[in-house]
Design a protein around this ligand. Structure first.
Ligand code: S3P
Length: 417
């Protein structure tokens, strides 16, 4: 693999940029917004709540912010497709609105647990109804008078933390979220950028009722979770030298770089700069990888990269083990099961645990038919695996890459000579 790649904009940041811009007072411009299905679900949701959002085919997305009290009751159900981030963060915002709204999603989202968000939002005063005591969509939220709570984010879920901090913007008193193992902090950084009444005290994030947010002109850095597929692809393909540009280097997201470095990867950082989020370019050269142990404390910093890291482990020398990653079972699909199943088909010896797996490294994969399980990151991981197979690797249901990276196969084809 040779060449230069500019991966698409960061998914987590694109969602949050639409949300905070919608609540700000006036027009925000968002450059390098991720035009993929998940983030477009957030755009559609906020349009349904009365916000005017222009998404031209290229160039900045323009959001006409309505102010903290400007969202309108939706005239229909708010459908958020496959996007867990849209649903969980939006639940937080809706909890503070003086109207009723119902959120629904696709078959995968309808199976994903929501009590982790609906329980603390109820404790803040929101009324939420839905199947199994509001654990699954569709969920109906009757927002209104909220009061701040203190919450221990034991799952280290950035979606739970963000939902509560966003609800906290509308709540009386302080909303405090504490975490032992830090999850991605994009919401916190953006709350500061937009001028919310927000502060951090060590491991605790504190937000107070905020009357108004300032609109912003911002540029979304490239998503390290999308770059990850190309990082691993270049490492495992002999003779590769790839430059991946403008990648977010927020320390709550760079666990993959640390793990790959431990495995022996040659990755250098160039042109590192810091704005409201740190970014830089990554130069990746093919490398001989050795097995690694990934444990609980690093999981939140590389949670979405675990499927492609499993591919790297499967091609490394010796055994690897991943533990403390039970959260992978409740992503777009059960990613532990999906990856163990697919790696098994590719001829890899894998042992599945409730919270991870053990993978015995092998030289090459064999030809196989694999399955995306309708999960974008599983499909892209299998495409990367296909680069080191003795035969063809087929991927059933590859279209789901459009959830986060519509141009994935074009970009991969362009860099492979
Ligand atoms: C996200 C947080 C993570 C991550 C997801 C995006 C976010 O989920 O897996 O893809 O944007 O906050 P959890 O909060 O469930 O860990």
């Amino acid at each position: 693999m040779k060449g230069t790649l500019s991966p698409p904009g960061d998914k987590s940041i694109s969602h949050r940029a639409i949300m905070l811009s919608s609540l700000a007072e006036g027009e925000s411009r968002i450059e390098n917004f991720l035009r993929a299905e998940d983030c477009l679900s957030t755009v559609e949701a906020f349009r349904t709540l009365g916000v005017s959002i222009e998404v031209p085919p290229e160039g900045a997305v323009i959001v006409k912010g309505q102010g903290m009290a400007g969202l309108k009751a939706p005239g229909k159900e708010v459908y958020v497709g496959n996007s867990g981030t849209t649903m969980r963060l939006l639940l937080g915002i809706l909890a503070g609105q003086p109207f009723i709204a119902t959120l629904s999603g696709d078959a995968s989202l309808t199976r994903r647990p929501m009590k982790r968000v609906t329980d603390p939002l109820r404790a803040m005063g929101a009324k939420i109804q839905g199947p199994q005591d509001a654990n699954f969509p569709p969920l109906t939220v009757k927002g209104g008078e909220l009061r701040g709570i203190e919450f221990d984010n034991e799952l280290s879920s950035a979606q739970v933390k963000s939902a509560l901090l966003l609800a906290g913007l509308f709540a009386e008193g302080e909303t405090r979220v504490k975490e032992k193992i830090p999850s991605r902090d994009h919401t916190e950084r953006m709350l500061t950028l937009f001028g919310a009444d927000f502060e951090r005290q060590g491991p605790v994030s504190i937000v107070r009722k905020t009357r108004s947010l300032k609109p912003q002109a911002m540029a979304v850095p490239a998503d390290i979770s999308s770059a990850a597929f190309f990082i691993v692809a270049a490492l495992i393909t002999p003779g590769s030298d790839v430059l991946i540009k403008n990648v977010i280097l927020n320390p709550t997201r760079t666990g993959i770089l640390k793990v790959l470095e431990k495995m022996g990867a040659q990755i250098s950082l160039e042109n590192v700069r810091e704005n409201w989020e740190p970014v830089g370019d990554l130069r990746v050269r093919s490398s001989v990888l050795k097995g690694v142990r990934i444990t609980k404390k690093s999981i939140p910093s590389l949670i979405d990269e675990l499927p492609v890291l499993m591919v790297a482990c499967a091609l490394a020398e010796g055994p690897s083990e991943i533990r403390g990653a039970a959260e992978l079972r409740v992503k777009e699909t059960d990613r532990i099961k999906a990856m163990c199943d697919n790696l098994g088909r590719l001829g890899v010896e894998v042992k599945e645990f409730a919270d991870g797996c053990r993978i015995q490294g092998t030289g090459t994969f064999r030809a196989a038919e694999t399955d995306s399980f309708d999960d974008h990151r599983i499909a892209m991981s299998m495409a990367v695996g296909g680069l080191r197979s003795s035969g063809e690797v087929a991927i059933r249901g590859k279209e789901c890459v459009a959830i986060s990276y519509p141009r994935f196969f074009e970009d991969l084809g362009r860099l492979c000579h």
